[in-house]
Design a protein around this ligand. Structure first.
Ligand code: NAD
Length: 285
């Protein structure tokens, strides 16, 4: 069993709410912190929705009692000092803005007790970008969840050269104890393991499409039949969401990415087709 018992999650947005609920569902005492009471009201609604999802999704098939017990283990707070006062682990899931994260760690460093481990859920920043603001680089690392954590339950764990190996191990144990499959990275790497594999695949698929080499269905079919994968790259785009795909493609200097961004906007986003979440993207659901 993990030495970590009390967990505090900073940020109750898309990922923070899932991280908090997943840990509470697996028996941890969780405090969910966000910046205002108003936002915490929205968090309550997110947790109620997650409680329904954990019961309805056959992957979890939670009983009502289990879902209610998870909700009962969740405490909400808009007072950072109070939220972290006795935390063994703080998982940070605040917006992906370097300055905001640095400011958050600076405040946290002053308020959390010396025992507390800090973990960032950042998708694109390296823990080295943040470690000097934590006041405890040896007790800091990245713990990266996937969206829809109850179903896509990888936990990519990535330390810096300063991370104490014992801290790393205790976070691996925490991941296992909270129903996740720990993915242990030996070194820092932008994109972790998953996006290091996935992003080149998705970019290559976009390139084949905008260069008019093959259509969406043909590209996906090729990948499925020839590799045995259950889905092709454009089915993955639909799951990730076309707005996210657009945001990434439109900021790339690569002219093919720009062309793909324009195609996404014109044919899909402007028509409200954002992928699985809206019932239509490259495919209809
Ligand atoms: P989000 O915008 O949905 O939620 C962010 C939350 O943080 C909001 O509730 C906001 O009120 C709160 N917040 C803002 N400032 C804060 C502060 N100073 N202290 C505490 N909370 C604050 O964002 P998200 O999609 O949940 O992403 C959060 C982090 O998770 C990012 O680092 C992102 O890279 C990472 N992540 C996101 C996904 C995803 O699919 N959305 C997947 C993996 C990792």
């Amino acid at each position: 069993m993990s030495a970590i018992k009390k967990v505090t999650v900073l940020g109750t947005g898309v990922l923070g709410s899932q991280i908090a609920f997943q840990a509470a569902f697996h028996g941890f005492d969780v405090t969910a912190y966000d910046i205002s009471e108003e936002i915490l009201e929205k968090a309550k609604a997110r947790f109620a929705q997650l409680s329904e999802i954990y019961q309805a999704d056959s992957v979890v098939a939670a009983t009502r009692e289990q879902a209610e017990a998870a909700l009962a283990r969740l405490l909400l707070s808009s007072d950072l000092g109070e939220a972290v006062a006795d935390a063994d682990l703080v998982i940070e899931a605040v917006p992906e803005l370097l300055a905001l994260k640095r400011e958050t760690y600076t405040r946290l460093a002053a308020l959390a007790p010396a025992k507390t481990i800090f973990a960032t859920n950042s998708s694109t920043l390296l823990p080295s970008d943040l470690k000097q603001f934590t006041g405890r680089p040896d007790r800091f690392l990245a713990l990266h969840y996937a969206n829809n954590v109850w179903r896509f339950n990888t936990a990519e764990i990535m330390g810096t050269t300063d991370t104490d190996p014992e801290v790393y191990r205790s976070v691996v144990e925490f991941a296992k104890a909270s129903g996740l499959v720990p993915i242990e990275l030996k070194k820092e790497k932008a994109g972790y393991v998953l996006n290091s594999l996935l992003v080149p695949l998705l970019n290559a698929a976009a390139g084949l499409l905008v260069d008019d080499i093959a259509d969406v269905e043909t590209i996906d079919k090729t990948w499925r039949i020839a590799t045995g994968a259950p889905v092709g790259p454009f089915q993955i785009y639909d799951t990730v969401g076309l707005t996210t795909a657009y945001n990434i493609a439109s900021t790339s200097p690569d002219p093919r990415s720009q062309k793909f961004a324009a195609l996404l906007k014109e044919k899909y986003i402007d028509k409200g087709k954002l992928g699985v979440s809206t019932g239509e993207g490259f495919y209809t659901y």
